[in-house]
Design a protein around this ligand. Structure first.
Ligand code: SF4
Length: 349
């Protein structure tokens, strides 16, 4: 029988057949450190008969999370060092993150904010802190875009989201509001007309960036939730993390990007996994990632190509991990095509 509420404890994981009795002690130790939540939709998607199931790998805690590598850090992309006031991260001139909430409908085992989210995390912004965050946005006219993330902002009630949009509407220089979320995939039933109405404001353009990592996450229910958002006029883009054992093969990556495009979600970012504590079992090398992404060229439509990026540790922003397709200098370039064949540019006469 499908669960009707999220799985949150080692006992519930065992009862759901997701953790064996012999793993319980290690999972209890993981649970003391990092939050656990698997939504009913994701629990139903897990193939209990497959020990390598890519959905389980993303959400079921693993004893490997207790292994902390020397180069891992609690705040891998430097949110805290770029936070001028509580709840705001200002890394680039024209945009800020607004982190109103630090809870999620699921807790991803690879999360780069795993030390900040969950019941033991940074919590929800107080009304006073929200006032200071909006005052900061209003006082910095170069801020063109506000990105709500956290935590998952779509766990907020439509009433709270409406309040946020109304306050942003009052700030003329903010033109774009972007929500980063997993909700349409992990809790598609939450995307109803009240929630959709709350995400929109007449004077702003709303984007929703959907986080999904495996094509099986784009279920019929998830696709229908995205259709409701897109049909309402909201633009959708994707973000995924390249994860060992989840999507680190060309067929899976291609199917994921195609599933996004079929759902009217434009592939945007494919993140190289960050140096979050206890996540080394998910990480590929840059060279492995580069080879996988290069393999997408030519194999799938240009519409399906994500930008492969690295968040530079410490908060120095994003760097595109390019395919190095062109080398040389003006008048004498060597260009590789998607099959790896070299050509000169300009072409030889
Ligand atoms: S939903 Fe996002 S913020 Fe929440 S645990 Fe997953 S990756 Fe982290």
């Amino acid at each position: 029988m499908n669960a009707i509420r999220p799985i949150r404890t080692p006992v519930e994981l065992t009862e759901a057949g997701l953790v064996g009795p012999d793993e319980r002690a290690a999972i209890e130790a993981v649970a003391e450190r990092y939050a656990i939540a698997i939504s009913p939709a994701m629990a139903a998607l897990i193939d209990r008969g497959d020990p390598q199931d890519p959905i389980a790998r993303q959400f079921v805690p693993d004893a490997a999370e207790l292994t902390i590598m020397p180069d891992e850090r609690a705040d891998p992309i430097g949110d805290l060092s770029h936070s001028p006031v509580e709840g705001i991260v200002h890394r680039y001139p024209d945009r800020v993150l607004l982190k109103a909430v630090h809870v999620c409908p699921v807790y991803c085992r690879f999360c780069f904010r795993r030390e900040m989210v969950g019941p033991q995390g940074l919590g929800t912004l107080s009304p006073d802190a929200m006032d200071r965050a909006f005052a900061y946005i209003a006082g910095n006219p170069e801020i063109w875009e506000v990105i709500l993330t956290g935590g998952d902002p779509l766990v907020l009630s439509p009433r709270r989201l409406t309040e946020i949009m109304e306050r942003l509407s009052a700030i003329d220089h903010v033109k774009i509001v972007r929500f980063h979320t997993r909700v349409p995939v992990v809790e598609p039933e939450r995307v109803d007309q009240a929630l959709i109405a709350a995400l929109k404001a007449s004077s702003k353009t709303t984007y929703v960036a959907l986080h999904a990592n495996h094509p099986r996450e784009l279920t019929a229910e998830a696709r229908a939730a995205c259709a409701r958002l897109v049909d309402s006029g909201i633009v959708m883009i994707s973000q995924s993390v390249l994860l060992r054992g989840v999507n680190d093969d060309p067929d899976t990556l291609a199917a994921l990007m195609r599933a996004f495009v079929e759902t009217r979600v434009k592939p945007y970012y494919l993140h190289h996994p960050d140096l979050a504590p206890g996540t080394s079992h998910f990480r590929l090398t840059i060279e492995e990632g580069r080879a996988l992404v290069a393999g997408l060229r030519g194999r799938i439509s240009g519409l399906c190509q994500p930008t492969y990026i690295l968040d530079i540790p410490g908060g120095h922003g994003k760097a595109v991990i390019g395919p190095d397709a062109i080398q040389g200098r003006e008048g004498c370039y060597s260009v590789s095509d998607y099959r790896g064949r070299e050509h000169t540019y300009p072409p030889d006469r």
